[in-house]
Design a protein around this ligand. Structure first.
Ligand SMILES: O=C(O)CCC(=O)C(=O)O
Ligand SMILES: [Fe+2]
Length: 302
């Protein structure tokens, strides 16, 4: 099947395309290894979650579960009530996230089969010890509502790739290429987070280099999946009530950058143990590259 481009979002030299019917080959060449974003129009076809994951479903099935949103604790049903009255002027706190792997594993079949574009993925491989991935959350459900703004501009922790699928509602995303990192004012202690609080209202006196930024803003709607490659700065806000699935991914295409990020974290505590950890990680990464070579080859047929 040939790729059908349905829409182009052009900002300066940058174009983010929306594509249907993309082969793995096309994705791998023009997006995964080119490290270039794309909106995939049909990645989640076949997921039960498209029909099943409604606010009503979460209210009736998990309403009494506790969620923590921006430091505040809610019962999920009370948070959903807040979503329904959220406005730009008086927004519900955001983001409300559910960790699927640990807290809602029974819902994973509803976001399966995992789409081919996000495979292979080694984030949970035994070869990559949890010591390196630490607090990285790699499969989450997000609830949002009008006025709900992601609290910071960032690239995903440890340079993982992100796939964000809109099951319901519309989100506006802004992305900035990694080449513009010198203008983003990285936080000294968290290099993956920008100091600039709001890309739409930048204080150019405080952040003079940011005049060089060319943010690309576009919307992602129901059934669409945004691929945010590693190192791309981004943020998002909900234009309507939204339910999204965010999934991270690690493979040959981002292993080197992942390793660099892990080494930066390890450098904070210098010891023989961390030096050994570095050698161990390097060996595991070489092993994954070999395994991936065969795995990726398999996907090329798709
Ligand atoms: O959908 C959003 O609000 C952005 C989520 C995101 O970028 C993240 O969790 O890393
Ligand atoms: Fe992110």
């Amino acid at each position: 099947m040939t790729v059908k481009t349905i829409e182009l979002i052009r900002v300066g030299d940058y174009v983010v395309e929306k594509k249907h019917g993309m082969t793995y080959n096309e994705f791998s060449k023009n997006h995964l290894f080119a490290n270039y974003p794309v909106v995939i129009g049909d990645a989640c076809e076949g997921w039960n979650a498209k029909e099943k994951f409604s606010l009503e479903f979460f209210r009736s099935t998990y309403g009494d579960r506790e969620v923590s949103v921006e430091g505040q604790k809610f019962k999920l049903k009370d948070y959903i009530d807040l979503m329904e009255t959220s406005t730009v002027e008086n927004p519900a706190p955001y983001p409300c996230k559910l960790q699927m792997d640990t807290d809602y594993p029974e819902l994973i079949p509803d976001v399966s089969p995992r789409f081919k574009y996000s495979l292979p993925d080694w984030t949970h491989s035994k070869l990559i010890s949890k010591r390196f991935t630490g607090t990285a959350q790699t499969l989450e459900i997000f609830f949002g509502s009008p006025g709900g703004v992601f609290p910071y501009v960032h690239y995903d922790y440890l340079c993982l790739h992100a796939f964000i699928t809109q099951l319901h509602g519309v989100k506006e995303f802004t992305v900035i290429p990694p080449s513009q990192t010198p203008y983003i004012y990285q936080k000294k202690d968290n290099l993956w987070v920008s100091e600039i609080p709001d890309l739409k209202n930048i204080d150019f006196e405080k952040y003079p280099l940011s005049t060089n930024l060319t943010p690309i803003t576009f919307t992602v709607g129901p059934g669409e999946t945004l691929f945010i490659p590693c190192g791309w700065w981004h943020t998002a806000h909900s234009l309507t009530e939204t339910i999204s699935i965010a999934q991270d991914c690690l493979n040959t295409s981002n292993l080197s950058k992942f390793k660099k990020e892990v080494f930066i974290n390890l450098k904070k505590k210098k010891s023989i143990k961390t030096e050994l950890a570095k050698v161990y990680l390097s060996t595991m990464i070489s092993t994954i590259r070999v395994l991936d070579f065969f795995g990726i080859k398999k996907n090329f047929k798709g």
